[in-house]
Design a protein around this ligand. Structure first.
Ligand SMILES: [Fe+2]
Length: 317
């Protein structure tokens, strides 16, 4: 659905044109201060003139909401919606008004849920889940729930350089509890085909110390884990997928609530999409602590040849 909308950008130097990029990444150039027909969905407004003072949409000023805009490659970018009432109420719902300043993106995790075409190799409901994108969202890092927390700690990043040591430990010393190469079955109809837990530790609450897991225990302690449920490497084979689900049963969801799942993809991650509902794709190039019990998710491996590997650690903080 489209809507006639007039966007007016005020700047020190007059603005003739601006770019609107839709959630698919398609760009079009529009004339400033002119009635134009715009898709009734979130759009990234891009202005090459970095000195933007104010923007009005159908005559309504953005005012301090202009602080949701940011500079990238010397361009000013701001997510807008042609329904200004929907846009402002959404921003008010997600951002404390006092945080609408230059520190906004330090205090908030910013995600953009975009529609993604994963091809026809996957069940239609997985295709549809990825094909829908709800747009931008701001997550206050001090509030919960939050879909994921990026781990900046260089020690944890270095930990992944030694992942072979942990792989060997899990292959030779871990208590597999009959779980090796298990296929997860979520219900009678759907299976996580292509997914296997190559290695598995004890799937119960487990005391550990700095020396546990061939010395990886100290990294898990540094992350804040007090007890561990699981330490495993998950392999997602070519064209494999993990069906729509949230993690954990009723008990685990309560005891293990929040961002208590360390997720580090470390091999063949290029063609792997991990999407959370209302969040979009998770970053695969950094260790993250995800709230997999709260946010519905699905993972697909679009590669026809490569198997994705990731380290997963769950426990209590
Ligand atoms: Fe999961």
């Amino acid at each position: 659905m489209k809507k006639r909308t007039k966007i007016n950008i005020f700047s020190e130097n007059p603005i003739d044109n601006f770019v609107l990029e839709d959630l698919y990444g398609n760009e079009k150039i529009l004339k400033n201060n002119t009635n134009v027909s715009i898709d009734l969905s979130w759009q990234l407004l891009i202005i090459t003139n970095p000195d933007v003072r104010e923007i009005t949409i159908d005559g309504c000023q953005l005012g301090k909401f202009i602080n949701t805009g940011y500079y990238e490659n010397n361009k000013f970018k701001i997510w807008i919606h042609p329904n200004i009432g929907y846009m402002i109420s959404t921003l008010m719902d997600q951002i404390d008004l006092g945080d609408l300043n230059s520190k906004l993106y330090e205090k908030y995790l910013f995600t953009v849920d975009r529609p993604i075409d994963i091809g026809r190799e996957f069940p239609v409901h997985i295709q549809g889940f990825f094909a829908h994108g709800s747009g931008p969202k701001w997550w206050n890092k001090e509030k919960r729930p939050i879909p994921y927390i990026v781990i900046d700690d260089p020690e944890i990043k270095e930990m992944m350089d030694k992942i072979e040591v942990l792989e060997k430990h899990l292959d030779t010393e871990a208590d597999l509890s009959g779980k090796k190469n298990q296929t997860l079955q979520y219900n009678d109809q759907w299976r996580a085909e292509g997914w296997k837990m190559e290695s598995y530790s004890n799937a119960t609450e487990k005391e550990f110390n700095a020396d546990s897991f061939s010395g990886f225990g100290k990294h898990f302690q540094k992350l804040g884990f007090k007890k561990l449920y699981q330490v495993y490497t998950a392999y997602l084979g070519p064209l494999g997928y993990i069906n729509l689900h949230t993690d954990g049963n009723k008990f685990r969801k309560k005891e293990n609530a929040g961002n208590t799942r360390l997720y580090c993809s470390y091999s063949n991650t290029d063609a792997v999409y991990f999407k959370m509902l209302g969040v979009g794709l998770l970053p695969m190039n950094t260790p993250i602590l995800i709230d997999a019990g709260r946010f519905l998710h699905s993972v697909v491996n679009l590669s026809k040849t490569n198997t994705r590997k990731s380290l997963v650690v769950t426990g209590i903080f």
